[in-house]
Structures are given as C-alpha cells and as structure tokens.
Design a protein around this ligand. Structure first.
Ligand code: ADP
Ligand code: ASP
Ligand code: MG
Length: 449
C-alpha cells in the first residue's frame, strides 16, 4: 500500500435525503484518510429510472419524472446555494426525459443503461455541491473515465487491465491535499463510450474497484445496518453482528443473498488484500464488521443467507441411468440459453437445478420455449416456482453436525434439494416461499441464539 487512502461508499438510503447526506459528509469529513467517496443513487431513484427505461406512456413518464424530481429537489432545496446545482439537475432530468421518450418507442439495453446511470450522476453532483458548501475540498469525478467494461450493458464485466491503467485519473486529483474525490458507483463505460451498469447493488463493487485502483488501505461501505449480521436483521431481530469475517465467508454470505454486500465486492478486495468495513451511516459510532483475509478461529456456523424467487427445474429420464455425458448435454443447453444455475442435485434418473426466477435481463429465462423444447428431448421437464433458497454459511461444515442441525430447523417445513459437499462453506436447501421466514428464524435460533 503506497498511501493511507480510504475509499468510502454510501448506499441509497445513506444519500436518500438532505439529513442523510449530511451524515455522510460528517463521516468523510471526520476522517482525513477518506479521499475517494463512491455514491449510489438516492433511495428509490434507480427503481424509478428502470421503470422509465422499460418504456412507458407519456403520462406515466411524466409521473415518474416528477417523483424523481421530488426526491432530488427535496435535497437541493435544503442547500444554502441551490441555484447552480438546481440547473444541473434540471438538465439531467431533461436528458432522462428525452431518453425515456426514445425508450417508449423502442428500448434496448444500451439506452436503458444510459437512463438508469443518471441516478448516480445526480446524487454525486448534489453531494459534491453539499461538501463544498460545508467547506470541504471536493472534486467531482465521472466514474466512466475510470471504470471500463465490456458491452454487457446491464451487468457489465469490468476490463481490469484498462481500468487499472486509469489509476492516474484518480491519483492526480488526490495530489491536491485534502481533496475528496466524489464519484459514482454502479456505472462504467464500454469501448465506444456508452454507459454500462455493473448490476443491481453494484456500487459496493465500484467502491472496492476504486480501492484497488488507488491501492487504498481500506474500503468502508456505509449502509443502513451496523455491519454484517448472522442473518438479515430485518427478518430475525435477534440476529447478531459479526465483528470480523473472512473474505471467503463474506463472499459466501453475499453470493447466497445477504444484500448488505454485492457479491462481486470481495473480488478486488481479495486481489489487492484490502480490508473492507461495513458500518451504519446513520449511526457511525455503533461499530461494524471488518472483512479481512483471515480471521482467527473462524466459527463453525457463521450465518444464514437466503435468496427469494427461486425456481426448481427437474428433468427426469431413464436415459440417464448408467450412461455418461447426460449432464453435459443438459448443461450445454443451459449455457446456450444463458440460464444461470445455482444448486444442482442428481439421482440415477433425475437432475434438479435451481434458477433465480427474477434473473437479470441478460440471463435466459426458464420460460423460453426453445430452451424447454431442447430439454424435453432429453427427458421430461417440470418447473416449480415460488421457492426460497436458504444457505447455512460456515467453516468445515462437512466435518460437523451442521446438516443435522439444519435439518432440525426444517422439522415442520417441507423442504427440497439439500446441497452439501461441493464446498465446506455452505449447506443449501430450498423451502416453499411462504415457509422461508419461519425456517430462517428457526435455523437461526437453533444455531446462533
Ligand atoms: P445499500 O443501499 O446501503 O447498498 P442494501 O439495501 O443494499 O443497502 O443492503 C443493506 C440491507 O441488507 C440491510 O438493510 C439488510 O436488510 C440487508 N441484509 C441482508 N442480509 C443481511 C445480513 N446478513 N446482515 C446485514 N444486513 C443484511
Ligand atoms: N443504484 C443501484 C441500485 O439500486 C446501485 C447500488 O445502489 O448499489 O441497484
Ligand atoms: Mg446495496
């Protein structure tokens, strides 16, 4: 690490209104090492922009634009000198309006990304202004100058080599003493200069990338909970904060649905060995979770993560019995239709896989008739929706009574597809959606309370 720089990221609720933004300012202002600040769009704005990007009628567009304007101007109207920033946001809104008019005629991923990326552009413009008003040296940086990606517009892959080459863009700004660089999460740019998105919740990933780019000593993710808990504290009020957790464990929690961290966040942090802190922007002194390379004596049971909206696809065929190559045929069909699989179980004559029912737009859907036709040639296909995937995360789980304990929690639930063994860090199973919360609560009680 060449400098003592820290990257701080604030999520949507942390920049939802003026008072929330002021909390963010106080956090970054009280720590001189925080030099790069990555922001999400103000809470609600991304969802509204996505609605616009899908193409709506004139009246609907007007209504959504008014809602976005209200969120942003509720902040702007509390500033001491709102005139200049009000004009900049008005011109963003005009741009969103004309792009969404185009989307109403015919939309596409590139146009959608151009519309949706405006959420982060607006929040960072306003926050830069607020920081300056509060007397800080703040410099607005367009993240697209730095984060370069492929042209997968809604869930782009970062071109790491090119992105790291852009380090001087940030480092030059940081040469100015005390300057805080304010930039957007979530957005990048493909080779032709068009805006791309890093996937929902991708600002965490952007923050970790910026930390890697400037070789930061730490990346601080400020959100609306005081760290990573043993499970989502909104579901289990007895969930306990995890004080320190390894990159590997945190990434398992994130991959299996713990929304507090975007699953890709850990990649840059691991590559550059940068510790990540998760804290609460509304209560910064309440502490948080440190994610580091190793932790001393990691516990057997770490947490319970979950993903809703899971579908199970089962394909049964006697052709599978005693033959080789059956699975490869099935998976090449999934690959052809870009269907992303989470869990897999097999018996002699059947294969079951889980798929996120609300997959990213770029991912194939189980409803695709061509996909189903090809799978039906291999066996009889059944699709069941409305399941939740629950993952018990821990260490050396295969060497413990983890599965037994998990099964005890499932006593009163009908459950499907237990997956254990592929790695030592998780045991997964599916329960009907309406049993998810009670199962998570019971499992948490059995293992953590
Ligand atoms: P931000 O907008 O700051 O990125 P998110 O809404 O993406 O915030 O993530 C924070 C939310 O993650 C919390 O409000 C909480 O409900 C949820 N969450 C899910 N699992 C966990 C967990 N294990 N620990 C903490 N929060 C969790
Ligand atoms: N604003 C984007 C979203 O809502 C990115 C983020 O908040 O991380 O998904
Ligand atoms: Mg998030």
């Amino acid at each position: 690490m060449s400098q003592d720089y820290i990257v701080a990221k604030f999520g949507g609720t942390s920049v939802a209104d003026y008072d929330a933004m002021l909390n963010c300012f106080n956090i970054i202002n009280s720590n001189p090492n925080v030099r790069v600040v990555v922001l999400s769009a103000s809470a609600g704005v991304t969802n509204l922009l996505i609605e616009l990007a899908s193409g709506c009628e004139k009246e609907k567009r007007k209504e959504i634009l008014e809602k976005i304007k209200l969120i942003q101007f509720n902040i702007i109207n509390r500033l001491q000198f709102p005139e200049e920033i009000a004009q900049r946001i008005e011109s963003c809104l005009k741009q969103i309006s004309s792009l969404s008019e185009a989307a109403s005629l015919s939309t596409n991923d590139a146009l959608a990304a151009a519309i949706v990326g405006h959420g982060e552009l607006m929040s960072t413009m306003i926050f830069t202004h607020l920081c300056k008003e509060q007397g800080a040296r703040a410099e607005y940086l367009d993240a697209r100058e730095v984060i370069k990606t492929n042209e997968n517009f809604s869930e782009a892959t970062v071109d790491l080599e090119q992105t790291l080459q852009n380090a001087p863009v940030v480092l030059d700004l940081l040469k100015e003493p005390e300057t805080k660089v304010i930039t957007q999460g979530f957005i990048g740019q493909e080779t032709e200069g068009k805006t791309t998105l890093l996937g929902r919740g991708g600002s965490d990933y952007s923050a970790a990338l910026f930390a890697e780019i400037i070789d930061a000593q730490a990346c601080h993710i400020w959100t609306d909970v005081s760290g990573i808990y043993t499970t989502d504290p909104r579901i289990v009020s007895n969930a306990q904060r995890i004080e320190t957790i390894s990159f590997k464990e945190a990434s398992e929690m994130a991959i299996f649905g713990a929304k507090v961290l975007h699953p890709a966040t850990i990649l840059p942090a691991v590559r550059a060995n940068i510790p990540v802190f998760i804290g609460n922007s509304k209560d910064p002194s309440s502490g948080g979770t440190w994610i580091t390379k190793e932790v001393v004596n990691p516990p057997t049971f770490r947490g319970v993560a979950f993903k809703r909206n899971q579908s199970i696809l089962t394909i049964s065929s006697l052709k599978m019995l005693g033959t080789s190559g059956f699975l490869s045929k099935v998976f090449s069909i999934f690959s052809k239709y870009n269907v992303v699989i989470d869990c897999v179980t097999t018996s002699e004559v059947a294969l079951a896989v889980t798929v996120d029912h609300k997959q990213n737009l770029n991912h194939g859907s189980l409803e695709n008739p061509d996909l189903l036709a090809e799978l039906n040639e291999l066996g009889s296909v059944k699709i069941e929706h409305n399941y939740s995937l629950i993952a018990l995360i821990g260490n050396k789980l295969s060497q413990t009574s983890g599965l037994t304990k998990a099964l005890q929690a499932l006593d009163n639930s009908s459950f499907r597809m237990v997956c254990q063994g592929a790695c030592d860090y998780n045991i997964c199973f599916l329960v009907p959606a309406d049993k998810a919360d009670s199962t998570i609560t019971q499992l948490h009680k059995n293992l953590f309370e």
